[in-house]
Design a protein around this ligand. Structure first.
Ligand SMILES: Cc1cc2nc3c(=O)[nH]c(=O)nc-3n(C[C@H](O)[C@H](O)[C@H](O)COP(=O)(O)O)c2cc1C
Length: 93
């Protein structure tokens, strides 16, 4: 699960290190790998979708991408909880 805000129309830069290494690893013996991305934004956002694309390129199945304006409301928190639950179920399969 990667939480990432949008800064200057791009993902917050420190995530670049992690993505760099994930793309270099091959996980040949780990089977299907699941990921989800989420983040806050103040403008038009986009970082969670961009990082989801990077994760797909690195071989992950991205089960959910969520983006919220600044602070999540109760409904968005419920959606985040459900997305986490769904991902945990996939991992346990
Ligand atoms: C320098 C700076 C640049 C930002 N650029 C963007 C942007 O390009 N697009 C966007 O949707 N939000 C932008 N934001 C808003 C951030 O995504 C938002 O502040 C971030 O999600 C963290 O939330 P917080 O400020 O409540 O901690 C920017 C915020 C800052 C401080």
């Amino acid at each position: 699960m990667i939480g990432i805000p949008t800064i200057n129309d791009m993902p917050y830069p420190s995530i670049g290190d992690l993505i760099y290494y994930l793309k270099g690893l091959h996980f040949n013996r780990t089977g299907e790998r699941y990921a989800m991305t989420f983040g806050s934004m103040g403008g038009k956002g986009g970082a969670p979708a961009m990082i989801a694309d990077e994760l797909k390129t690195a071989g992950f199945t991205v089960t959910k991408t969520m983006e919220i304006v600044f602070v999540p409301d109760a409904d968005e928190l419920d959606q985040a909880f459900d997305a986490g639950l769904e991902m945990a179920k996939n991992i346990k399969k």
